[in-house]
Design a binder for this molecule. Structure first.
Ligand code: B1M
Length: 212
């Protein structure tokens, strides 16, 4: 789908005649469904189903990767619809999935939303070491840092990043927002983050409240 076709990946069997993800997204947009609903109920909901199938052994890693590509292709269509036109820069935002964690779909959606809301986003990617994150905050004099983690093991690294910011004397200059399925408000409080974001839209709401 733009990045990959079912045929390229050998997934052609059984898909013949089925609408592709991009077609379904275009149909939903044409039908006037809000992009936020498409992201939360359509894409995020579908990834929960993918996770459940992986748990049961019905899906394997390549299936999860193919699903990730589909979300990427869908977001290419939705990104312009999620942007606020002509907004002024609201500050520098460093964003990363922490060390050891390869999940970046959620982070990429957050990046699109932040750019759309007027932040200057420096997306460091996934599996980013604490050292690189701290360096980027310092070098860019960032006012915001977003950390993402999808694994119960790697979420602990977020606390390590916050400690490293404290040790570098940078903690007071940067608001730290965290997100990712295993994280919670209680976990954010435990590691000393400024906020926990349930999803990308919640992140934008929280940032608006912080600016008010
Ligand atoms: Co992985 N995986 N995975 N996986 N994977 C999960 C997370 C899992 C829950 C699946 C399952 O078992 N049910 C499970 C974790 C279990 C646990 O830790 N308790 C799991 C596992 C086990 C693994 C491996 C260990 C599998 C293996 O190798 N045996 C492995 C680990 C690799 C690694 O990271 N070291 C692995 C690998 C992968 C793929 C690489 C194949 C692929 C990722 C591809 C990619 O990201 N490019 C993958 C996928 C796709 C998933 C699931 C199916 C989908 C994740 C996703 O994209 N969700 C996932 C199951 C699930 O989540 N139900 C699963 C959709 C996305 C939009 O939501 O990321 O939550 P989310 O982001 C939201 C919010 O959380 C929030 O906003 C986002 C947008 O609204 N948010 C933020 C997130 N970050 C934020 C940062 C912010 C603000 C908000 O900062 C400001």
């Amino acid at each position: 789908q733009g990045r990959m076709t079912a045929e390229d990946e050998g997934f052609d069997e059984g898909l013949e005649g089925q609408p592709a993800v991009t077609e379904l997204i275009e149909q939903a947009v044409e039908a006037g469904i809000d992009a936020k609903i498409i992201v939360l109920d359509g894409l995020t909901g579908a990834m929960e189903t993918v996770g459940a199938k992986f748990d049961k052994g019905e899906y394997l890693i390549p299936d999860m990767l193919a699903s990730a590509e589909c979300v990427g292709a869908a977001m290419d269509i939705l990104a312009p619809l999620l942007a606020d036109a002509g907004v002024e820069s609201k500050g520098k935002f460093v964003l990363a999935t922490v060390a050891g964690d390869l999940h970046d779909i959620g982070k990429n959606i957050v990046a699109i939303m932040l750019k759309g809301a007027g932040f200057e986003v420096l997306d460091l990617g996934n599996d980013v070491t604490t050292g690189r994150i701290v360096e980027a905050v310092k070098a860019n004099n960032a006012q915001f840092l977003g950390l993402s983690a999808l694994l119960t093991t790697t979420m602990r690294e977020m606390g390590v990043v916050i400690k490293a910011l404290e040790e570098s004397g940078l903690r007071d200059q940067v608001r730290v927002l965290i997100g990712g399925a295993p994280t919670s408000e209680a976990f954010a409080a435990e590691i000393g983050a400024d906020a926990h974001c349930r999803d990308a839209f919640h992140a934008i709401d929280l940032l608006r409240q912080m600016a008010a």
